[in-house]
Ligand binder design. Sequence first.
Ligand code: SF4
Length: 373
Amino acid sequence: MNGMPQPYGLLAEVTHQCPLHCVYCSNPLALLDRQDELATEDWVRVIREAAGLGVVQVHFSGGEPLVRGDLETLVAECRALGLYTNLITSGLGLTQSRARSLVSAGLNSAQLSIQGDAAESTNLVAASKRFDKKEDAARIIREAGLPLNMNVVLHRMNLLRLDAIIDVCVSWGAERLELANTQYYGWALSNRDLLLPSKAQLEEAVGVYRRRKAELAGRMELLWILSDYYEPYPKPCMGGWAQTALTVAPDGTVYPCPVAAEITTMDFSSVRDHDLAWIWSKSAAFEAFRGTEWMADPCRSCPRKEVDFGGCRCQAFALTGDPARTDPVCMHSPDHHLVENALVRADQVDVAAGGEMIRDKLVYRRPHMSQRR
Ligand code: SF4
């Protein structure tokens, strides 16, 4: 495609339906209903078009992708096209027979999320008492012959239990554990003052991560996703806007990243109206921040502009209302005080406050519309 970057990853958000109500959910604040979702044949077409664009990996996500009864059909289509498939799941609803049928269809791997090391922490952040189901899911994934990858989102309510969280993942047989410090968009931004750790908490957790990573070398891989509010420079989000991957939402809207639906000032195209190749290479939203030409100072004249691409457009919009501004995480951003102020508040939060006291203040991901009826 004549100098146009090629995506290698497709995040297929097949539904927003989910049994959990996580306070840091990365889905948009306005969740889509089941009746808005693409039909099976639309997803099959999207997968074929993605393969034609150069995509080699498809990550099935949500919400909880297991609520879609046609997941096997979509996985089988990927297999037929030679694409690697990964299931990103809460584990709730995963049975032995479902795991077997997904593996038969060609599923390559699964990533199981946990919220903490016990039922209490799961209930506090996800309003779910089914920690036992997570352990069942881990066993089912391993017995199905899939590598067990795990993920936990870290925040001030579970950071100091990092050792115990890692112990749980070791005992469940995880091969890889992603320790993902909360990124503050959407629901997480609504709860930021309760989720953002203090500097001291973060430093202690980094020490635990380094010690356990060394101890577990060769047994379980540990990955640390930075808490970017504490970094001097922003993350090179998605390797730059519309460079390496794309996300298709349950209703077929296509985004350069999973959080971009929150940028309400931009129009994103749908696979219902255009094919994926046109959206990737020609749509205004994908072209808007591709490369570096769109940048204003301080990014335009900065030697790091090809390193971090001005940071995250979604974070710039979330904090300033303008997706074209320098990510406020950057120490050179004129909006950096917005991040500094949040860090000052984080140091003032009462870390000793009990679970019930915090629960009253947290904004939980709302039940899905169809669950409210
Ligand atoms: Fe990155 Fe822009 Fe900050 Fe430079 S000024 S470090 S390019 S965000």
